[in-house]
Structure formats: structure tokens, C-alpha cells
Design a protein around this ligand. Structure first.
Ligand code: HEC
Ligand code: HEC
Ligand code: HEC
Length: 414
């Protein structure tokens, strides 16, 4: 009898185990660092790729001292102190506790962490990369900065709300290399989905702030920033276009484009430090993403009777204020002023980014190759709301661009 029970159990176990086994096993060694990096050098490189510094360093404060306010639709969350300080930082933590934070989104005492810390992406980071990151952070000079309490609105300030959210939307995950794809594609997937947490901005969110798994990297309006993070799918690229995209990620500019706003910051803190080969891996992965219908909010369609005169008025304004830099045909100047003809940001479904940059101006990423990026003047005080609507409508309709016109209401709302 006992034997029978034992046998049944063994069969059940086998069925359960084979039922859950993923097609290929999760990757446990880093897809990135077969190269012979020293541990600390590796940790520093990974911290760059994951852009840990951006959220954990308030402007003007010591690196990694924490306390930076992260604004979310649910309230303000303050980032933690990651220096080697023993009372307020990670000085007394173990590598296991650090892994628990990165992989499971739990603090040292086991309490749940808020997903403003992008552990929903970092959960893909493999254990040996987590250990390298931890070793590196332990070398950051101690700063005993105490972090303010979070300021979340009811009911989001209740521990129960966070635990329900996690039940619904978070499961610790592991990076599984796709054996059908090249090593380069897999490294790119690991960098984009895991370390780079690109989906935290580029993937649309549901009403509870969860990233939507049905539209990974399809482009999204990032409410806390007020910017559209454009779709990352590029479609298949020729090798020349791949090289140009690597240059854009590395330096924030290429012959035709310049990255602005929050994306310029990603280049500034993170991407400019990555090896060209790894940026190439990311591009390889992006070129293979499925192209899906735009998830960006589109602007109201204006009737032609309004759109046409609006764009005509915009042409004059463009000639007076813009063409010196962007060119009479919207062709721009290589590596200085972005082309506006066939510019994905200009013809996106949502005119939001174009309006924003014309109103408030902008400048690109400061990088080793170009410490002083060219900038775009702000026009909010020189042009009226209606004039800005007109000139942006013109950009969206000129030189072969064929996007909808922009009403003064769109401009006013921003
Ligand atoms: C997008 C912003 C953001 C990025 C990027 C980010 N963090 Fe954080 N991190 C936070 C916030 C906000 C918290 C606080 C969460 C909370 O208190 O619930 C946090 C908390 C943590 C904690 C928990 C500390 C504790 O006391 O429980 C650790 C560890 C941590 N981050 C490490 C990292 C590392 C390592 C990286 C890079 C791999 C990183 N973070 C990148 C925003 C970020
Ligand atoms: C903090 C939010 C944020 C994060 C994180 C982020 N992006 Fe972006 N990204 C944006 C915004 C906003 C834009 C639009 C601004 C622009 O086009 O200049 C953008 C634009 C881009 C573009 C230009 C798209 C185009 O068609 O012109 C690329 C490429 C890009 N991001 C790649 C990435 C990659 C790769 C990562 C991860 C390493 C990443 N982004 C992470 C916010 C973000
Ligand atoms: C002094 C040169 C200069 C002038 C004048 C200028 N721009 Fe720009 N513009 C730039 C630069 C540089 C950038 C890139 C800014 C950045 O990266 O944040 C830019 C970016 C833009 C973008 C965003 C492009 C993208 O890739 O997303 C738009 C739209 C734009 N300009 C429209 C205009 C309009 C409309 C005018 C006139 C009202 C104008 N610009 C005048 C230099 C200029």
C-alpha cells in the first residue's frame, strides 16, 4: 500500500514538473558578459545599462544617495538610498537580500516595494548580474541621507492595495533565451526588456498603472512625464539604417534625428556608456518587434476647411522662425538640427511631442562625442497658441508628411 502511494506521488510529481517546465530553461549566466570583465567593472557597466543612477540621485545630491521624488499618477514615491551607508543605504545588506529586491520586488524586511522601482523589468536580470551590481553598489561611498516617506493618495497608500496590485500584475520572472533567435537578438531582448526597462515608458499601461502585456513596446503616452514614448518597432532595417540607429542611441543624434526630453536623459545617463556591439544587439531586437497599430492618443480630426488655412498660415510662420535651422524643405542639418520631413516624432498619431518642443524648446543629450548639444528655442512667449497650432499643423502636412492638423485646443491643453 505504502509503495503504491509512493508510486502515485512520483507519477504526480513527474506530471506536475513536466507540466510547468518551460520550453527552454531560464538563463542563469549573463547573456552579456561572456567577455572577461572584472566583477566591479561589470557591476558598473550593468548599473549604467539599467540606469540605476537616474532615479536614485536627486539633482545636485551625491550619487545614489536616494530621496529623488518619482511622480506617479497615484502620488509621489521617493527612491531609496543605495550607497554603502549601513543605516540608510545597502551597507548591511547581503547579496541575497539585494536579489530579493531586484527579482521579487521586496525590501530587506520582506515588505513589498512599489513598482515605481521597475522590478517588473528587473526581475529578468539573472543572478550573476544581480551579484555584480550589488558588489559595485557596495563600493559607493556611504552617504547617510534619510529618505522622506512616500506621499500616496488613498487607497494607494494602503499596504493591501500594493499587495493586490502585485497579485494581479506581478510575477517574478526569468530571462529565457529564445533558441530560434540569434545570440545578438537574445542579448538585445535582455537589454531592452530587462536591464534597460525600456517598456516602463514605451509600453502602454492599463488603468492601474500595469504595463500591458498585449502591446509590449508599442509606444505610450507617459502620464507622469507628459511625453509620448514612440513605438520601438522599426521593421526590418538595412545595415546602414542599423548603424544610424546605433549612433542615435549612443550619441542622441544622427544625420537626421535628435532624441529629446526624457529620451535624451536615457542617452545621457545610460546608453552613451554601452558598447556599440550591445547597442547593435538592441537594434537587432527592435527591428524584429511586431508593428502594431499606434497606441498613442490621436488628435481630433479637423475638417479640411479649417486644416488647410491653418497649415497655410503655419507656412509663413515656419519661414520666419524655423527654416534657418530646419531648412526650407524640412531637411534639417546633419548632426545639428533634426530633419522635420519624414520625422517619426512629427508625424506620430499624437502631435503631443511636437507641440511640447515648440512651446518649451529642448536640447539633446550631452555626450562624450558632443558635450554641448544644439538646442531648440522655446516659442511659448513669442508665438500665440493659435500660431503654434498653425506651424505644427504645417509641419505635419508639408514635404510629404501626412499627419492630422493640430487645433489651438491641443496646444492649449499641453
Ligand atoms: C525608474 C526609477 C528607478 C530606477 C531606474 C531604479 N530604481 Fe531602485 N527604486 C526606485 C524607487 C522609487 C524605490 C523605492 C520603492 C519603495 O520604497 O517601495 C526603489 C527602491 C530600490 C531598492 C529597495 C531599497 C530598500 O530599502 O528596500 C533597491 C535595492 C533598488 N531600488 C535598487 C536599484 C537598482 C540596483 C537599480 C538599477 C538596476 C535601480 N534601483 C533602478 C526607483 C528606481
Ligand atoms: C523615461 C522614459 C523612457 C525610457 C525609460 C525609455 N524611453 Fe525611449 N523615448 C522616450 C520618449 C519620451 C521618446 C520620444 C522623444 C523623442 O523621440 O525624442 C523616446 C524615443 C525613443 C526612440 C526614438 C523613436 C523614434 O522613432 O524616433 C528610441 C529609438 C527609443 N526611445 C529607444 C529606447 C530604448 C532602447 C530604451 C531602453 C534602453 C528607451 N527608449 C527607454 C522615453 C523613454
Ligand atoms: C536655433 C535653431 C532652431 C530653430 C530656430 C528652431 N529649431 Fe526646432 N529644433 C532645433 C534643435 C536643435 C532640435 C532638437 C532638440 C532636442 O533634441 O531636444 C529641434 C527640434 C524640433 C522638433 C522636434 C523634432 C523631433 O525629432 O522630435 C520640432 C517639431 C521642431 N524643432 C520644430 C520647430 C519649429 C516649428 C520651429 C519654429 C517655430 C523651430 N523648430 C525652430 C533647432 C531649432
Amino acid at each position: 500500500m505504502q509503495k503504491l502511494v509512493f508510486l502515485l506521488n512520483a507519477i504526480l510529481m513527474t506530471i506536475t514538473l513536466s507540466g510547468c517546465a518551460p520550453e527552454s530553461p531560464p538563463t542563469t549566466t549573463s547573456p552579456l558578459t561572456s567577455e572577461t570583465f572584472e566583477l566591479l567593472e561589470r557591476g558598473e557597466y550593468l548599473a549604467r545599462a539599467a540606469n540605476c543612477v537616474a532615479c536614485h540621485t536627486p539633482t545636485g545630491a551625491a550619487q545614489y544617495s536616494g530621496g529623488k521624488a518619482i511622480h506617479t499618477p497615484f502620488g509621489v514615491i521617493y527612491s531609496s538610498n543605495l550607497t554603502s551607508d549601513r543605516s540608510n543605504g545597502l551597507g548591511d545588506w547581503s547579496a541575497d537580500e539585494f536579489w530579493q529586491a531586484l527579482h521579487h520586488g521586496k525590501s530587506r524586511d520582506g515588505s513589498n516595494l512599489y513598482p515605481a522601482f521597475p522590478y517588473a523589468s528587473y526581475t529578468l536580470i539573472v543572478r550573476d548580474d544581480s551579484d555584480a551590481l550589488f558588489a559595485y553598489l557596495q563600493t559607493i561611498p556611504a552617504v547617510s541621507m534619510d529618505v522622506p516617506d512616500h506621499e500616496l493618495r488613498f487607497p494607494f497608500n494602503m499596504p493591501l492595495a500594493l499587495s493586490v496590485w502585485r497579485q494581479l500584475f506581478f510575477k517574478p520572472d526569468a530571462f529565457v533565451a529564445d533558441s530560434e533567435q540569434t545570440d545578438s537578438w537574445n542579448r538585445g531582448a535582455y537589454l531592452v526588456q530587462g536591464l534597460g526597462h525600456c517598456g516602463e515608458c514605451h509600453t502602454p499601461r492599463g488603468v492601474l498603472g500595469n504595463t500591458r502585456s498585449d502591446s509590449t513596446l508599442a509606444g505610450a503616452y507617459v502620464e507622469s512625464l507628459g511625453w509620448d514614448a514612440l513605438p520601438l518597432a522599426t521593421g526590418p532595417l538595412a545595415s546602414q539604417d542599423k548603424r544610424e540607429l546605433v549612433t542615435l542611441l549612443k550619441t542622441g543624434v544622427n544625420e537626421r534625428s535628435q532624441l529629446s526630453g526624457p529620451m535624451a536623459e536615457v542617452v545621457f545617463h545610460s546608453l552613451q556608456y554601452l558598447d556599440d556591439a550591445h547597442l547593435g544587439d538592441m537594434v537587432e531586437y527592435m527591428a524584429d518587434l511586431p508593428i502594431t497599430p499606434s497606441q498613442l492618443r490621436s488628435s481630433l480630426q479637423l475638417p479640411a476647411a479649417i486644416a488647410k488655412p491653418l497649415a497655410n498660415a503655419g507656412e509663413t510662420i515656419y519661414g520666419e522662425h524655423c527654416s534657418d535651422c530646419h531648412g526650407a524643405q524640412g531637411q534639417g542639418k546633419p548632426f545639428q538640427y533634426p530633419a522635420l520631413a519624414a520625422n517619426k516624432g512629427v508625424i506620430a498619431a499624437s502631435p503631443n511631442n511636437a507641440i511640447k518642443i515648440v512651446k518649451h524648446g529642448g536640447f539633446g543629450a550631452s555626450t562624450a562625442v558632443r558635450p554641448r548639444p544644439y538646442s531648440m528655442p522655446a516659442y511659448a512667449h513669442q508665438l500665440s497658441t493659435a500660431e503654434i497650432a498653425a506651424v505644427v499643423s504645417y509641419l505635419r502636412a508639408a514635404w510629404g508628411n501626412a499627419a492630422s492638423a493640430v487645433s489651438p485646443q491641443d496646444v492649449w491643453r499641453d
